[in-house]
Design a protein. Structure first.
Length: 420
């Protein structure tokens, strides 16, 4: 069975990188209707670019229309749906059953429907209901275990099952949360989550007979993110997911960086293809900014441990390399334009990331400004060119180490909670 690798695309650049770095398909959204209104998203101005990528790659594109609609947004959706016919979408991800009839009315009776994880489908009878309602694919709730997935697939063998395998997890049931709406006036169910569960909180005790008198519980690190879940990482368990009946492996992250989309997609591509060196690519999952990893609920909810549980963590983001930018077009022999996001200096040892090559170092190069004058440093948003005798290509990624002592052996930490 061919298993799909599905990557996030928060904008046109991320879509291009997702497809170039190994995704079989990508999911994207429009600001008014997507559960990631701050992801950049797509507008009518992107139609030509998206269509060109679709034609060139032949890969699938899924549109997220997965918010829970109030009456005003429902009217806006009906106004916009006729325009969506021009987009080369292969399916629509929805959670609100009320818009099924609208999609069929404006996009055709045979429109392909995928049920969003927001709908919290975690059992075989729910899956059967949605299959009978015309859904081709179910994106299971993150609470589903491997045993749940097997049971759902056994009872619904013709139904495609999709699960998230990597990225941030919500502490609420399938993301249906009102914490952000309550604390910040921004609804996660309308795509505007303020991530209130990631905020820093203080805990206090109130004695029953002394209402309104609070006794703070202090921590040495000041505050604690008591509601903030670990990140999901299932790269070591893809075979188990496939054996359970999963058809599509989904990476979270439409709001993450282009760098994240590229390297995480590549790591899972190599693991799926059983590349002889896939574990080297797996190391990049440590280098992207992330919270401590876990396997979520796939192996059950207890007893909790670092590899088969969903334990919350007090640790902040972990990151050991700095994404510096992209190699762009070749301007002359051995000369390339750079698109920098962070500064680089001629004394830095750069690491180059390519779609189909192992990472390699670049330590012998010269930097130039737009007047072709040598410069010691290239900076974000300033014209910069790089000369090297190493063959490079548009789209290659540049990064450098954040480690103070590069000679110190790198630890492989985070997948199993242990270091080596």
């Amino acid at each position: 069975m061919s298993v799909e690798l599905l990557s996030p695309a928060g904008n046109l650049e991320k879509l291009r990188l997702a497809l170039e770095y190994g995704a079989d398909a990508a999911y994207l959204g429009f600001s008014p209707f997507s559960l990631r209104t701050n992801a950049g998203n797509f507008t009518d101005a992107d139609l030509d670019g998206v269509s060109a990528l679709k034609e060139r790659t032949g890969k699938k594109l899924y549109c997220t229309v997965n918010m829970l609609f109030d009456q005003n947004r429902l009217a806006l959706l009906e106004d916009q749906l006729p325009k969506m016919k021009a987009w080369p979408f292969d399916g629509f991800i929805i959670s609100d059953m009320g818009i099924v009839s609208l999609l069929r009315k404006h996009l055709g009776a045979d429109v392909e429907l995928h049920l969003s994880t927001q709908a919290s489908c975690t059992n075989s009878e729910s899956a059967r209901f949605y299959r009978q309602a015309g859904f081709k694919r179910i994106i299971l709730g993150r609470e589903a275990t491997l045993d749940d997935i097997k049971a759902i697939k056994d009872k619904n063998p013709d139904l495609e099952l999709e699960v998230f395998v990597h990225g941030a997890m919500c502490m609420a049931y399938s993301g249906r949360c009102l914490l952000s709406a309550h604390l910040a006036g921004r609804s996660g169910n309308h795509g505007d989550c303020s991530h209130s569960c990631r905020w820093n909180y203080r805990i206090a005790l109130e004695e029953k007979e002394r209402e309104g008198i609070y006794y703070p519980i202090e921590e040495y690190e000041d505050y604690t993110t008591i509601l903030s879940s670990k990140d999901l990482c299932m790269i070591d368990h893809l075979d188990e997911l496939i054996e359970a009946g999963v058809s599509s492996l989904k990476i979270e992250g439409r709001m993450k960086s282009s760098y994240y989309v590229a390297v995480v997609t590549r790591a899972y591509r190599k693991a799926l293809d059983k590349d002889p060196h896939w574990e080297d690519y797996r190391e990049d999952l440590i280098d992207v900014s992330h919270r401590e990893y876990s396997t979520g609920f796939f192996f059950g909810s207890g007893p909790i441990d670092p590899t088969k549980g969903s334990m919350i963590t007090k640790k902040d983001y972990q990151q050991r390399t700095l994404f510096c930018g992209f190699i762009r077009e070749q301007k002359a022999d051995n000369l390339y334009r750079l698109e920098l996001k962070n500064s680089i200096r001629t004394e830095h040892i750069l690491e180059i990331i390519a779609p189909d090559l192992p990472n390699f170092s670049l330590d012998n190069f010269i930097l130039f400004d737009e007047e072709m004058e040598k410069i010691p440093q290239g900076d974000h948003n300033k014209p910069c060119y790089l000369r090297t005798d190493v063959a490079l290509r548009d789209g290659y990624i540049i990064r450098r180490s954040l480690e103070v002592k590069p000679e110190t052996p790198r630890k492989t930490m985070g997948f199993d909670g242990k270091s080596s």
